[in-house]
Ligand binder design. Structure first.
Ligand SMILES: Nc1nc2c(c(=O)[nH]1)N[C@H]1C(S)=C(S)[C@@H](COP(=O)(O)OP(=O)(O)OC[C@H]3O[C@@H](n4cnc5c(=O)[nH]c(N)nc54)[C@H](O)[C@@H]3O)O[C@H]1N2
Ligand SMILES: Nc1nc2c(c(=O)[nH]1)N[C@H]1C(S)=C(S)[C@@H](COP(=O)(O)OP(=O)(O)OC[C@H]3O[C@@H](n4cnc5c(=O)[nH]c(N)nc54)[C@H](O)[C@@H]3O)O[C@H]1N2
Ligand code: SF4
Ligand SMILES: [Mo]
Length: 709
């Protein structure tokens, strides 16, 4: 039995991996001695070996033999695959320039520490990822507002737990882990808190026993925050010492929010003014207060300003860098940083020449990397230019990005060379030229650092299936072949890990023995260091944004397709549509081909309030179509009491590995085909994936023969 750390989601759980005498992994269980997860394990973690040993796993590099998407593959040697990539990449760099090669990645997975660095070192600004819709705008916003990204102090390592916990647009306590926090630990923090405030259109599990559930209208988060800030200032409930000494722009904020009364917020959000007032005062007066937040905030045209408003509320409430509040973790000493959150240089922006940065395909000033919808469009129509090659590492954008049809056309019909690194033949891999077999976390030695900066965990290689390779080892080798040695001076993956550990004097096996390392936490670091902003203070009024010509004070933007913005659509599309709330058995598109997981959730579902379903004459399990101004997709109906009336939720990331290559049914129940490419957050490029309008209708008898799975 070996203690390792899981990467079935954003990872944080320490697990026990049990092997038989031949070394085969036979069972994976939770580790009750783990300080990060205290014995928790979810179905994805428990079934990790089902992915590892899956008969459909790609175990050798595969080269396309016929046209793209025709399903004809030939296994080749790694050297041949790497030669091919090297020659295409070199040719494109010479003929067109490095910006014509894009590196795409998915959400935070082990490769994340090298993908942006590789892209920057290559000289390409076109790093493509779902980050504009997830997490990173909050991170950039934090950088601008205070210089670092505050994290919830919910593990009690200081001896202090939060007295008030706010959960805002996040459901990780139900779905798994996120950002380095295990769902179980969030539940624990909610249990221990005196007061809990849940802000979510759905009555999620966290609402059970909570003090306040603010069931706002999807997309109206920023209005709610502005109303709460108004209350905290009007009642002088803010932390005067912190505001006076460590914040700048209070007068401007006070004047700005005067208009945003709880009554004003009630009209927009649908949350009663009195509840807004009480929740705001509770959050301010029951310190230390902390926050768990998520995609409910990110996937909106107001994502950036909502994040700004949240930081201002946290600052006013004195939550910043105090025990039990929202803190900046001190990473373990004597390890070189592996996270861009500790040292920006890790991401390698210093290797990208400024003139190359200018060529990034993104019309948005603070979009992280290339803006995916704009990037895929550019591949098809050549505006501003037409990228020629892409290396997709751990992403399935035909399903997870909007308009998979454009993504697919970009890959299949327009690129000169495409390579995908994955475990399986996915709808995205299926239209590539070359597919590289990727090592699973059970096949990796790792110093697990990415999100969990408050601790570092070890991961041990316990298996090797076929010729799979760690993405990072492959990027290292490609970097050497392309002469990117300045950014990648390490000989190989082991050499890199030895370099990370070097200041500690430990070898990898000595580190692996320890399993976990903690940082030596200090709080209120701003007292000595100030904040890393132009004024040296936490900027309630953002000088950086003002200088960029952006609104320096948070303002609310109504969702572009909503009962308020487009009342003329209501007759045809009477429901508010949220998409992609995370499902426990799956990690985005992963898990549909794991029988033990699929059994837990066999079909793509659309959830709606039971009264709405009844009014439409729809029943549990019935095949329905969800229609928006942009498309129609099919799901099975699930009457769900957690949803307020008038709001519908369609699951994302559905494909059917049991169906035929190359599509694997990726366009029948694809929630991302229900959106257009017109509406974005003007600052970050985020998309309103949780606040559209739709109709839900029964599929006619004749049509119902086309099943979803
Ligand atoms: N409508 C809607 N769309 C959404 C969302 C939503 O809420 N609504 N959520 C969005 C969010 S938050 C995100 S982060 C994105 C996620 O988007 P992606 O990260 O693109 O998610 P996946 O589609 O699961 O793609 C991951 C692929 O990589 C493979 N893979 C897994 N681990 C590794 C690895 O270590 N290396 C390699 N090479 N391959 C690996 C998997 O088999 C899978 O095929 O989706 C977004 N899409
Ligand atoms: N099991 C599992 N775990 C995962 C993932 C997975 O795919 N599966 N994905 C991982 C990734 S990449 C991410 S980013 C995280 C995301 O995890 P979460 O942040 O929890 O994301 P979601 O489940 O998409 O949405 C969270 C909540 O937002 C609410 N919501 C929807 N619209 C709105 C709105 O307009 N306003 C507000 N305030 N709330 C709204 C939804 O009802 C939902 O309860 O999960 C990670 N963990
Ligand atoms: S919550 Fe995430 S890290 Fe924990 S066991 Fe499940 S997949 Fe693994
Ligand atoms: Mo995400």
């Amino acid at each position: 039995m070996t203690r390792s750390s899981c990467r079935g989601c954003h990872g944080v759980c320490q697990l026990l991996v049990h092997q038989d005498e031949t070394g085969k992994i036979v069972r994976i269980t939770g580790d009750k001695d783990s300080p990060t997860s205290k014995g928790y394990i979810c179905p994805k973690g428990a079934r990790a070996a089902d992915t590892l040993y899956h008969p459909d796993r790609i175990t050798r590099p595969l080269l396309r033999e016929k046209g793209r998407g025709e399903g004809a593959w030939r296994a080749i040697e790694w050297d041949e695959a790497l030669d091919l990539m090297e020659s295409h990449f070199k040719r494109i760099i010479n003929e067109h320039g490095p910006e014509y090669i894009a590196i795409a990645q998915g959400t935070g997975r082990p490769y994340t520490e090298f993908t942006p660095r590789f892209c920057n070192a290559l000289g390409s600004p076109n790093h493509v990822s779902p980050a504009h819709n997830c997490y990173v705008p909050r991170n950039i916003c934090a950088g601008i507002t205070m210089g670092w990204f505050p994290q919830p102090d919910i593990y009690g390592r200081s001896g202090v737990m939060p007295r008030c916990v706010m959960v805002f647009g996040s459901n990780i306590m139900e779905s798994g882990g996120e950002g380095g926090y295990c769902g179980k630990m969030v539940i624990q923090a909610l249990k221990e808190a005196e007061k809990t405030i849940i802000i979510d259109p759905r009555r999620i599990k966290a609402c059970e026993g909570s003090d306040y559930h603010l069931a706002l209208r999807p997309g109206s988060e920023c209005a709610l925050m502005l109303g709460m800030i108004h209350v905290v200032i009007a009642h002088e409930a803010y932390d005067k010492d912190f505001v006076e000494n460590y914040c700048s722009g209070f007068k401007e904020l006070q004047a700005h929010v005067q208009q945003f009364t709880p009554q004003w917020a009630q009209e927009i959000t649908g949350v009663p003014a009195e509840m807004i007032e009480q929740a705001a005062l509770t959050f301010a007066r029951t310190g230390p207060s902390t926050l768990i937040w998520g995609n409910g905030i990110d996937e909106s045209v107001c994502a950036f300003q909502t994040a700004r408003a949240v930081y201002l509320l946290l600052a006013l409430c004195g939550s910043i860098d105090v025990p039990g509040g929202m803190v900046r973790w001190v990473p373990p000493a004597n390890l070189r940083p592996k996270s861009g959150m500790v040292d920006h240089a890790v991401q390698g922006a210093q290797f990208l020449p400024p003139e190359q940065r200018e060529k990034c395909i993104s019309p948005f000033p603070l979009c992280p990397g290339a803006h995916p919808p704009s990037f895929w469009q550019a591949c098809v129509d050549g505006k501003p230019y037409k990228p020629k090659a892409i290396w997709l590492i751990g992403t399935n954008p035909i399903l997870t990005h909007t308009r998979g049809d454009i993504v697919r056309s970009a890959l299949r019909d327009h690129m000169e060379f495409t390579v995908t690194s994955d475990f399986f033949m996915t709808p995205t891999a299926a239209v590539s030229d070359l597919v590289l077999p990727t090592a699973h976390w059970l096949e990796q030695d790792d110093i697990v650092y990415f999100h969990k900066i408050w601790c570092v965990l070890s991961r041990k290689k316990l298996a090797q299936i076929g010729e799979t390779r760690d993405d990072r080892a492959v990027m290292l080798e490609m970097a050497h072949r392309l002469g990117l040695d300045e950014a990648f001076p390490w000989k190989d993956w082991d050499d890199y890990m030895a370099w990370i550990l070097e200041p500690s004097g430990m070898t990898f096996s000595e580190f692996a023995e320890k399993d976990i390392l903690f940082g030596d936490m200090q709080y209120r670091k701003y007292e000595e260091q100030g904040f890393q902003t132009p004024s040296g203070k936490l900027e309630l009024y953002s000088n950086v944004m003002a200088k960029m010509g952006l609104e320096p004070m948070p303002v609310y933007t109504e969702p572009p397709i909503s009962p308020v913005s487009t009342p003329e659509l209501l007759e045809e599309f009477p429901f508010i549509l949220m998409t992609g709330c995370k499902l426990k058995p799956f990690f985005h598109t992963e898990g549909r081909n794991i029988p033990a997981l699929r059994k837990l959730h066999p079909n793509p579902m659309v959830d709606m309030n039971p009264e709405d379903a009844e009014a439409l004459g729809l029943e549990e399990g019935q095949l329905v179509q969800v229609r928006t101004p942009y498309g129609t997709q099919r799901f099975l109906l699930h009457p769900d009491e957690r949803l307020q009336k008038g709001v519908v939720h369609a699951e994302h990331a559905w494909w059917f590995p049991e169906q035929e290559e190359p599509e694997f049914g990726c366009f029948t129940s694809n929630a991302n085909m229900l959106f257009g490419h017109e509406h974005f957050d003007t600052i970050s490029g985020a998309q309103p994936l949780k606040s559209g309008l739709c109709a839900v209708q029964a599929v006619s008898e004749a049509d119902a023969t086309a099943p979803v799975s």
